[in-house]
Design a protein around this ligand. Structure first.
Ligand code: G16
Length: 543
């Protein structure tokens, strides 16, 4: 019998973080490490057996090997049907969409998102559920518990599926279908945006530079931007997906994609400059002469969204994660639609999307998406901006200036302290948590602290409660300082400090962001004492 049950011993460190299990490749190379975690998923999510499972990854080092293992284990566990992206490639939003298109019971996504790849880089697994969203915490908790108790796993021995040939193959009782990685995703985007109008915009000389960062979005951008929308051939850079992402860090922000900021500031800047990350769910947006922060991008898209074909019927609601700046709240108020503040992690939006209470949502970590899928969607955001430019006939700069004049401007920055000893990170959080009650009512410069607490969230749909979701110091509408522990690092602990300042007066809308936030950074220095308690001179990364 090719299906065998093999004995194994559990690993204790398979607790999924904000977006699945992320570890160094070397950790995943330990004997049975991947198999144990996959078996925990198959043991817990029994609905997979009679149904379809979608499998794909962002093409990073170890992707193909892991996908062969996952297919062999799906066959070993009697899954009825597996749909896998050709070459093992599926961007995260494309995989979420495929789960929906095929009415699958779930999907296995092999990615460590924006983290570097290669033999010394990172690897990861995300389990998405029926409907396409990330597994909720209760489920990942059960998978983690099962992973600690594993003593055997089931695998179809000797399987070697041809991942490059589209079509069906049989593995025991399991049907394996290799599908085009882009088709369904491109079709979905076409149903949401005015492709004719965008094509005309390119014909009239509109220019884009999209950086695929040698990661998964290359083939998606090539098909949609070049082949379907007629953007000039040179509009995509770093378009070829590479196993090590070309040695780069496919995290589109002002540090790792500084060349895009330089391009935006140059005399030859295209109208729209954009990038996506390793697995295609993040986006970065720049216009001629300016960077649009993720929170601003969310707010500006919210203000224009109903002009786009897929959203003409109106907005059900808007949402942002707690540390994301409150620009979208101002738009929601003006549009008289509900605005939700959720913990960090896309899964928190999914319940609201499934309950039809949300149309658009986003996070400060360069994630934006809508009700069309259950993951953040990098190329979707780029297409939405293109469609807004084509529909309004305005430039990014004009859209931003008019937006700030009408709604005010939220200056925003994030300071990351990476790879801290876990105990040090906990000391910083614990000492601020203790100090919070005494801060309420105190005044710093011209700002008075109106609220200081630890964010917890009661899901409006199912009533579940998420506690310990970040510490916040709120100065009314004027400013916020937020501190939270990242859930996606693979080494030590990462602390994130977020600074937000709101201005409405016309003469205060054009400051450089770093200048606008200098006083708040000084106040955060006193209150949070990050440098003092970590012994660092400053953050590792400022975005
Ligand atoms: C993941 C999650 C996002 C989250 C981000 C950052 O994104 O899907 O919801 O905002 O991590 O999380 P943290 O601040 O905890 O590191 P991705 O793109 O890494 O999958």
């Amino acid at each position: 019998m090719p299906v065998r049950e093999l004995l194994t011993q559990a690993y204790a460190d398979q607790k999924p973080g904000t977006a699945g299990l992320r570890k160094k490749v070397t950790v995943f190379l330990q004997p049975h490490y991947l198999e144990n975690f996959l078996q925990a998923i198959f043991d817990v999510e029994t609905s997979l057996k009679a149904s379809t499972l979608v499998i794909g990854g962002d093409g990073r080092y170890h992707n193909r090997v892991a996908i062969q293992t996952a297919i062999a284990m799906a066959a070993g566990n009697g899954i009825a049907r597996v749909v896998v992206g050709q070459g093992g490639i599926l961007s995260t939003p494309a995989a979420s969409n495929l789960i929906r298109v095929h009415n699958a019971a779930g999907g296995l996504l092999f990615t460590a998102s924006h983290n570097p790849a290669g033999p010394d880089g990172d690897f990861g697994i995300k389990f998405n559920i029926a409907g396409g969203g990330q597994a909720p915490e209760a489920l990942t908790g059960r998978i983690y518990d099962a992973s600690k108790a594993i003593s055997r796993y089931r695998i179809y021995e000797g399987a070697n599926v041809d991942l490059d040939r589209r079509g069906s193959q049989q593995l025991g009782d399991t049907l394996i279908e290799v599908v085009d990685s882009v088709d369904d995703y491109a079709q979905l985007q076409q149903s949401l945006f005015d492709f004719d109008l965008i094509r005309d915009w390119f014909k009239r000389g509109g220019r884009i530079c999209f950086d695929a960062m040698h990661a998964v979005t290359g083939p998606y951008a090539q098909r949609i931007l070049i082949e379907q929308l007629g953007a000039p051939a040179g509009s995509i850079i770093n378009a070829t997906p590479l196993e090590d992402f070309g040695g780069g860090h496919p995290d589109p922000n002002l540090i790792y994609a500084k060349h895009l900021l330089d391009l935006a500031m140059s005399a030859d800047s295209p109208d729209l400059i954009a990038a996506s990350d390793g697995d295609g769910d993040r986006n970065m947006i720049l216009g001629r002469g300016l960077f649009i922060s993720p929170g601003d991008s969310l707010a500006m898209l919210a203000a224009h969204l109903t002009k786009l074909p897929g959203y003409k019927s109106g907005l059900k609601g808007l949402a942002r994660s707690m540390p994301t700046c409150r620009a979208v709240d101002v738009v929601a108020k003006a549009l008289k639609v509900e605005c939700f503040e959720t913990p960090t992690g896309w899964k928190f939006f999914c319940n609201l999307l499934d309950a039809d209470r949300l149309t658009l949502c986003g996070e400060e970590s360069f994630g934006t998406s809508s009700s069309h899928t259950r993951e953040k969607d990098g190329l979707w955001a780029v297409l939405a901006w293109l469609n807004v430019l084509a529909t309004t006939g305005l430039s990014v700069q004009q859209i931003a200036s008019a937006h700030w004049l009408r709604h005010g401007r939220h200056y925003y920055v994030r300071h990351d302290y990476d790879e801290l000893p876990v105990a040090t990170a906990n000391t910083v959080v614990d000492s601020l948590r203790k100090a919070l009650p005494s801060l309420i009512g105190s005044t710093h410069d011209d700002w008075t602290i109106s609220q200081a607490d630890e964010f917890s969230y009661t899901d409006p749909v199912d009533g579940s409660v998420a506690t310990g979701q970040g510490l916040r110091i709120v100065f009314g509408d004027a400013a916020r300082i937020i501190l939270r522990l990242s859930g996606t690092g693979t080494e030590g602990a990462t602390l994130r400090l977020y600074l937000e300042r709101y201005e409405t007066a016309a003469d205060k809308l054009g400051w450089p962001t770093s200048e606008a936030l200098t006083p708040l950074a000084r106040i955060a220095g006193h209150l949070v004492r990050l440098n003092e308690l970590t012994g660092r001179e400053g953050p590792s990364v400022v975005t």
